[in-house]
Design a binder for this molecule. Structure first.
Ligand code: HEC
Length: 148
């Protein structure tokens, strides 16, 4: 039993490292038209950014921009809403149901996955998580067919 457990952990670790490698591999997940990107950027600043920024260094932006000390994560935020929005779209952090996406990590109840980390803050309310869910679904619906 124990060996199986260790194997499972190793496998999960290998898979997440691969996901990080892929996410950091210069992939581009931004297939929005310029007009749509502008609309979403404004919506992001109004609806989503305040949720990410709250709780200071124990919030998403605070911790992922290194304000509370440096952390090791592929998600590196700058603290500038406009810049971070573009990065989040481009690097695939809005992809619905992707294991490395923001929404997935926020609704996860797995202690090793959930964001904010359980010792750092309370999980988001259902209403807040659904607001983000709606936002990522709307982005997904506007993504143009891949050209490459
Ligand atoms: C106090 C620090 C801290 C806070 C607060 C925090 N995170 Fe994280 N986050 C981490 C660390 C460390 C990792 C890397 C380890 C891991 O994957 O769990 C991480 C990983 C992630 C990942 C996965 C990145 C990847 O490369 O796959 C996402 C997405 C994420 N966080 C989103 C969030 C969101 C959204 C919030 C706010 C709800 C948040 N984090 C709050 C520390 C934090």
């Amino acid at each position: 039993m124990k060996t199986i457990y260790i194997l499972a952990v190793l496998l999960a670790f290998a898979a997440s490292s691969l996901a990080v490698a892929l996410a950091g591999g210069g992939g581009n997940f931004d297939y929005l038209s310029d007009a749509d990107r502008k609309v979403f950027q404004e919506r992001f600043a109004k609806e989503i950014w305040p949720l990410l920024e709250r709780d200071g260094k124990n919030g998403c932006v605070g911790c992922h921009s290194g304000k509370g000390g440096s952390i090791v994560s592929a998600l590196k935020m700058s603290g500038n809403a406009e810049k971070d929005f573009r990065m989040l779209v481009k690097d695939g952090f809005f992809i619905p149901d992707d294991p490395g996406s923001m929404h997935t990590r926020i609704i996860s109840r797995n202690k090793k996955q959930m964001m904010p980390p359980p010792e750092k803050g309370k999980p988001w309310t259902k209403a807040d998580a659904e607001l983000l869910r709606k936002f990522v679904d709307d982005i997904e619906a506007k993504q143009q067919p891949k050209k490459k």
